[in-house]
Design a protein around this ligand. Structure first.
Ligand code: MEV
Length: 420
């Protein structure tokens, strides 16, 4: 699909969109049937995933098209409820494709598990003793997960810090574990718990907390893209986007919304692929405050030719094996549509989409505002809420938008008028 085809794709009937994606991704008939079935997650599977299951909850699954990352074009499945975002990613993809798309890199797939020890009088000596025993600690951790080790993963480093707190000094140990294609929460939590008695033995302290950190700074993804000035709408639009982005860097109130816009693209891909949404959100927002003040995760600047250059950097703890990625039938299909070969590739596509969505939001904010693009979708929601469907719904939406009279009462009035 050409990146410029994203508008045509959006105008297709649902069935045709599905057929195009199914063909591109080589989905089987069974897989396309799963995508159309709101109950494809069986009660039995649902009950194995969380506690006290009483039912299932389905969300729309959309697909952003024309997203080019490191020279490869992706169709990106997104599961969530917010209008305009899927098209925002595609539009960003279209604009960035003029210079080859988004270019990304990652720092690998290393998760951090923390063990916090206290009640250690000679805490600085204890810290050094830990480093002296790094080989034994590594061996003990790796013994917990031979499968991970057989895939080339396992513990790759150790850090220890003395941290002052309201209840006294703490010795905070970081076990750095390469979890490869898994998000790795279970693997690292198991290691942290298993190794704690040995850490107590080495330091003479008591281990209190043994759990991963969601501030996954050893699992960063960096993305960048350049948009030609004429594609973004001219020099004044470039300048306004740069100013809008600077506002987010300077002010935490704006930064929260700016970053929410970035996560508008990332979180639905996390959901679609069965990954841990809360972990990714926690990592992103903690990273945005890592230097003491909450700020924006992206930067936007102008190059010497006047083109718009954007960057985005954040931790991305996601996997393609384990957890819901394998249990939820739709998650497996979403991964197949994406066609990613590793957790790092998935993470890179996610961050690229975050940058593209940020671009579309900033462009809208810097020019016509958001509501103009949002209103037809809102009108559609209202018409559906009023009880309209099919052709009548289309007529009602058209009329509400044309008259700029978009509210539920009017949708109901029109529905009565059209005799539905
Ligand atoms: C809306 O869900 C997200 C935006 O508010 C992001 C932003 O303001 O940058 C449009």
């Amino acid at each position: 699909m050409k990146t410029s085809d994203f508008v045509t794709f959006s105008k297709l009937p649902v069935q045709e969109r599905l057929e195009q994606i199914a063909q591109a991704a080589g989905l089987t008939q069974e897989e396309t049937a799963i995508l159309q079935n709101a109950n494809s997650l069986s009660m039995e599977k649902a009950n194995s995933m969380i506690d006290n299951v009483i039912g299932r909850y389905s969300l729309p699954l959309g697909c952003a098209v024309g997203v080019v990352v490191n020279g490869r074009e992706y169709c990106v499945p997104m599961a969530f409820e917010e209008p305009s975002v899927v098209l925002g990613v595609s539009y960003g993809g279209y604009m960035s494709a003029f210079t080859g798309g988004v270019f990304t890199s990652d720092t690998g797939s290393v998760m951090i598990a923390q063990v916090m020890l206290m009640d250690i009088p000679d805490i600085h000596s204890a810290k050094n003793k830990l480093y002296e025993h790094q080989a034994q600690i590594t061996e003990l951790c790796n013994a917990q997960d031979p499968v991970l080790v057989s895939f080339g993963g396992g513990m790759v480093g150790l850090d220890a810090r003395v941290v002052p707190s309201a209840v006294g000094q703490m010795l905070v140990v970081h076990l750095k574990v390469d979890t490869k294609d898994a998000m790795g929460a279970n693997a690292v939590n198991t290691m942290a718990e298993a190794v704690s008695p040995y850490l107590e033995e080495i330091t003479g302290g008591t281990a209190y907390t043994r759990i991963l950190s969601n501030l996954a700074v050893e699992r960063l993804v960096r993305a960048r893209t350049t948009i030609p000035q004429e594609v973004v709408g001219g020099e004044s639009v470039v300048d306004k986007i740069v100013i809008t982005a600077a506002f987010a860097q300077a002010d935490p109130f704006r930064a929260a919304t700016h970053n929410k816009g970035i996560m508008n693209a990332i979180s639905p891909i996390v959901m679609a692929t069965g990954n841990d949404l809360r972990a990714v959100e926690a990592g992103a927002h903690a990273y945005a405050a890592i230097h003491g003040q909450y700020t924006s995760l992206s930067t936007w600047e102008k190059d010497t030719q006047g083109n718009l250059c954007g960057t985005l950097e954040l931790p991305m703890a996601v996997g393609i094996v384990g957890g819901a990625t394998k249990i939820h039938p739709t998650a497996g299909i979403a991964l197949k549509i994406l066609g990613v070969q590793s957790a790092c590739e998935l993470a890179q596509v996610m961050v690229a989409c975050g940058l593209l969505q940020n671009l579309s939001a900033l462009k809208a904010l810097a020019t016509e505002g958001l509501q103009k693009g949002h209103m037809p979708r809102h009108a559609r929601n209202l018409a559906a809420t009023a009880g309209a469907s099919g052709e009548v719904l289309e007529k009602i939406v058209e009329q509400m938008v044309a008259e700029n009279k978009i509210n539920l009462e009017y949708a109901k009035e029109l529905l009565a008028q059209y005799g539905a």
